[in-house]
Design a binder for this molecule. Structure first.
Ligand SMILES: Nc1ncnc2c1ncn2[C@@H]1O[C@H](COP(=O)(O)OP(=O)(O)OP(=O)(O)O)[C@@H](O)[C@H]1O
Ligand SMILES: Nc1ncnc2c1ncn2[C@@H]1O[C@H](COP(=O)(O)OP(=O)(O)OP(=O)(O)O)[C@@H](O)[C@H]1O
Lengths: 216, 216
């Protein structure tokens, strides 16, 4: 029952609209380019799509954009259009507005005009990729706070065929074992007699300092 | 001691290079545009930067790109240049090549020429944003497999001031409580007598089915 509008049907906007639609939500898609509007309809990305210039408040109002709970302003590269659109949508009364930025400066401007949340995909994905490249033994990371994380790691060679009881992860590493995988499916809170297998993954929680001491 | 090269100094490439440098790694930065090469040097994003055309194998070889452990091809929009560069780098013997795609088709082509990993930031971030918008009670999610996750959620109103023992999360919801936050810092494995506070966050692990039953 939450209603969404996406303004700007580039790759980011289309991905947002498509994911929301597939989950059963109503998504109103808007773009100044009629080809892009036609494309989302023919690609079944959305059921409602309008061509309009989002820098024009009257056009947004008339299309029903101001009635939405959440509006995503997915105009990345045209900074002026993106800022004006975000201002229009906040002034039109939309409670939650997310906007895509194309630079640090663009991000600051979006905050100034009232964006509730700003995303900068190229930058965020670049930083995340770099992090994952420097710790290849860490398959995935969930940061709880600056000092503590949950990580999924490949079972280190020296843990191969050792039982959870043998390993004494809490005493040796200060970490709690949360789950172990077998063929891609995880068992939460495995029995302490279970033996870890090289090639499978384990999920542990603890301080980053302790995680870094794992022999991965 | 791992050595990296980034080809293409757009926003994504710069974010990768900058994150790697800040962690103390050597990053060789390459772009055909001399302004962008000069920019990474003056912005202190990298210590080594060269102007060259990455579609020319001889130029890559001579700059030392083929000696790197990991090369990131961060040329998004010029599909032909991106494909040729990726082919050159794999043929030059680089063990791990990550490439940025600008479309599904681009992604397929990159895999065909040997990219070890392909990222599509605009698409991936768009899908992730849509997911987070549909479950605003879920602050963050770490998917273990299709059926099980670890989630960070705001403490639901009806859990306010209840102790962990009172709540019986395992019996009522089939979930294990891993951590609770207080002013943004997490306590792992909190004492069962600790009372949950509205406005703080809790981290639980369990099946997606059980997570969806939380009153958030
Ligand atoms: N005033 C406007 N009103 C409505 N739509 C607009 C307006 N200005 C630009 N757009 C649309 O916004 C869309 C996205 O813009 P642009 O391609 O610059 O963003 P992008 O961030 O590079 O896209 P991507 O998501 O592919 O990275 C385009 O389809 C464009 O037509
Ligand atoms: N043949 C080439 N050799 C070296 N660099 C190249 C070549 N072709 C393009 N580049 C560089 O790749 C960089 C990134 O290209 P482009 O701007 O298309 O990518 P992008 O994916 O849109 O960038 P962003 O990361 O900002 O989203 C540019 O700085 C460009 O100069």
């Amino acid at each position: 029952n939450k209603q969404f509008a996406v303004i700007g049907l580039g790759r980011f906007g289309r991905a947002v609209a498509s994911t929301l639609s597939r989950q059963g939500y109503d998504v109103l898609c808007v773009d100044s380019d009629e080809n892009r509007v036609a494309q989302v309809l023919s690609d079944n990305i959305a059921t409602h799509a309008r061509q309009l210039d989002s820098t024009q408040p009257a056009a947004l109002k008339e299309a029903g954009v101001f009635e939405q709970d959440t509006v995503i302003v997915a105009i990345g590269n045209y900074v002026q259009e993106s800022i004006i659109t975000t201002l229009n949508v906040k002034e039109g009364g939309v409670p939650h507005v997310v906007a895509k930025a194309s630079s640090e400066v663009h991000m600051k401007l979006l905050k100034k005009v009232g964006a509730d949340h700003v995303v900068f995909p190229e930058h965020e994905c670049g930083c995340a990729l770099a992090q994952s490249l420097t710790r290849p033994g860490i398959l995935d990371r969930f940061e709880l706070d600056p000092d503590n994380s949950i990580v999924e790691v490949l079972v280190p060679d020296q843990f191969n065929d050792k039982s959870i009881t043998d390993l004494q992860l809490r005493n040796s590493y200060g970490l709690n074992l949360l789950a172990v995988s077998r063929d891609g499916k995880f068992e939460i809170n495995p029995d302490p007699s279970v033996r870890l297998q090289k090639g499978s993954a384990m999920v542990v929680i603890g301080s980053n300092q302790d995680i870094n001491r794992l022999p991965i």
